[in-house]
Each structure stands twice: as structure tokens, then as C-alpha cells.
Design a protein around this ligand. Structure first.
Ligand code: SF4
Ligand code: ZN
Length: 311
């Protein structure tokens, strides 16, 4: 039995209390438990094969830099070859700091790094694309997310990645699930969380190794490992209902520790039912990329905002 202020695992000095498991942890046990939890998620969902080339999508925020750090820790076990990839959306005054952070972390871990901008792909940056929007119902984050996903697919192809790892954590995936449900988009809700996503026409699988890690634990791991924090928030962030859902879920978790994991289990179960039932893809009649509709969501945005799509 450990004492009041002793780590439940080694008896060391407690720095973290994990309410959902009742464990008190010292910094070393906390860090190794986060790495081990990530490893268990990877194994549980068969996310990695030995020797995979893993493109880690890094925005430069704490989550993605922490993912890079943790996958670097696990790379021996999986024989993974890591490469960091970033999308520069073109958000004035915001993305530059993030990219400086990525350069500093990739240099210190000796991981190669490649960037592609919205300007390279769509001949327009996000600031300009948003200013062209007439329909205010189309949120900045929707435009950004759809254009970014395609840019990441192109980057993954360019670097010949087997896998694209993104840093979506437990909170992100639950928020997305609820946002889709609350906006009446049940199709998107039940396709938002396959643990491993393979889009026909792309060789790279998409994985979310942090899908079972709460955001608060990632923040604490980043703090303990001196992973740089971005000082500014994206200027478009508050447009989203996401911030409200984050508060509600955090409040529920505080009152009922473990409730987020219950919701994760439900969303994974629902997603896997959908995958078993049917998963049909077309090729977009406009750009030829794989799509679940006749016209893909990228082309819909490109048409709505009258952007130029590369040949
Ligand atoms: Fe893009 Fe929204 Fe994230 Fe800003 S907050 S980077 S607009 S998805
Ligand atoms: Zn298309």
C-alpha cells in the first residue's frame, strides 16, 4: 500500500492524480504510463506493422509534438521510420510560431521534416479563402479541416508513407463525435472514429495513437518533457461549438470519472458496426480523388469559395 503522498506504483513523490483509475503517480511513472497506454492502443487496434514508414502530422501544438516524442520513444519496438509532416494553412501570425517549434523538436530528435502549404495546393491561403466565404454557415474550421485533410494525403503520398499518424486525443475524438451528432450529421458521426482508416485509392492508413489519452495528460507530459508550447491560439478557434462541448465533457468527467471512456467505447462500437455494414467509395467526378459522394468535400469547398484546384 502506498502512503498519502506516494506514487501508487513506486512509492516516489506524487505529481499527478489520475481520477478515473484512482492512481497517484510520480513523474517517471506518469511518463512511462502514457507511453505504455499509447503502445496498448496501437496494439489493440493493429495500428502499426513492424517497419512501417510513419508520417506524423505535426501542427506544432503540444499534442502533435508530444505524439512525435512518444512515437520516437516507441520507434525501436515497432521498427518505425518516422517523418514529420506539416500543413501551413496560411494563418497570419499564428502558424509561423508553430513551425518554429516543429523545427526545433524535429532537429533535436533527428527526424526528417516536410511542409506543404495551402498556397502550394490551392493557390490561396486560409485567411484569403475565409474572406471569400459568403455562406457564414460554413465555419472556418470546416474549411480548414477539409482542405488540410487533402493536403496531408498529398504529403503522405509524396513521402511514400505507409501510415499517417495524427494527434487526435480522447477529448478531440469525443468532441467531434458529439459535434456531428448534434449537427444532425449521423453519417459523419458514425464514420468519424474508425481507429484505423483506410481510404481506397490511398496506400497510407490513418491512425490516432492518442485516441485513448485525455488532453490533460498530454499537456502534463509535454510540460514534464519541456516540449514547447505555442503561446497563441488560432484566431478562428472560437467560432466552433467545440469549445462549449469541451467544457460540458470536462464537467461531466469531473463529476463522474471514467465517463469519457464510456462515450469512447460507444463511439468505437457504433463506428465498427458501420464499417461492417458497408463502406462504399466513388471517385470524385471532378478531381478523381476517393470520396463517399459523387463530388468530394474538397471540390465542394473549392467550388463554393471559387478557389483554383490544381490539375
Ligand atoms: Fe484550422 Fe480551426 Fe484549427 Fe484554426 S482552429 S487551425 S481554423 S481547424
Ligand atoms: Zn473532388
Amino acid at each position: 500500500m502506498s502512503g498519502k503522498n506516494q506514487c501508487s506504483r513506486c512509492g516516489g513523490k506524487v505529481v499527478y492524480f489520475r481520477a478515473y483509475s484512482g492512481e497517484k503517480m510520480c513523474s517517471d511513472c506518469f511518463m512511462s504510463s502514457l507511453v505504455n497506454k499509447t503502445r496498448r492502443t496501437i496494439s489493440k487496434y493493429n495500428m502499426l506493422n513492424y517497419g512501417d514508414k510513419v508520417a506524423v502530422a505535426v501542427s506544432g501544438g503540444k499534442d502533435s509534438l508530444t505524439l512525435l516524442h512518444v512515437l520516437h520513444n516507441l520507434s525501436k519496438k515497432y521498427g518505425s521510420k518516422l517523418i514529420a509532416i506539416s500543413v501551413d494553412e496560411g494563418i497570419s501570425g499564428y502558424r509561423d510560431e508553430a513551425i518554429r517549434n516543429v523545427v526545433s523538436v524535429t532537429n533535436s530528435l533527428h527526424i526528417p521534416y516536410k511542409i506543404l502549404s495551402f498556397n502550394d495546393v490551392y493557390s490561396v491561403d486560409l485567411d484569403k479563402a475565409i474572406s471569400k466565404r459568403l455562406d457564414k454557415g460554413l465555419s472556418s474550421c470546416t474549411i480548414c479541416g477539409i482542405l488540410r485533410k487533402r493536403t496531408i494525403d498529398i504529403l503522405a503520398k509524396t513521402v511514400n508513407a505507409d501510415v499517417v499518424a495524427t494527434a487526435h486525443n480522447l477529448d478531440d475524438v469525443l468532441q467531434t463525435f458529439l459535434i456531428n451528432l448534434l449537427s444532425g450529421d449521423s453519417r459523419r458521426a458514425i464514420t468519424s472514429l474508425p481507429a484505423q482508416e483506410i481510404t481506397k485509392g490511398f496506400s497510407a492508413r490513418r491512425i490516432r495513437p492518442f485516441m485513448e489519452i485525455p488532453e490533460a495528460e498530454i499537456v502534463f507530459y509535454a510540460f514534464l518533457n519541456n516540449i514547447p508550447f505555442q503561446s497563441q491560439d488560432c484566431p478562428y478557434m472560437n467560432e466552433s461549438i467545440r469549445s462549449e462541448i469541451r467544457l460540458i465533457l470536462n464537467d461531466l468527467e469531473k463529476k463522474h470519472p471514467g465517463i469519457k471512456y464510456n462515450l469512447l467505447k460507444s463511439s468505437v462500437d457504433v463506428s465498427s458496426l458501420r464499417i461492417k455494414q458497408n463502406k462504399s467509395y466513388f471517385n470524385c467526378s471532378n478531381c478523381g480523388f476517393p470520396s463517399s459522394n459523387a463530388i468530394c468535400s474538397v471540390c465542394e469547398i473549392v467550388n463554393t469559395l471559387k478557389l483554383r484546384y490544381p490539375k
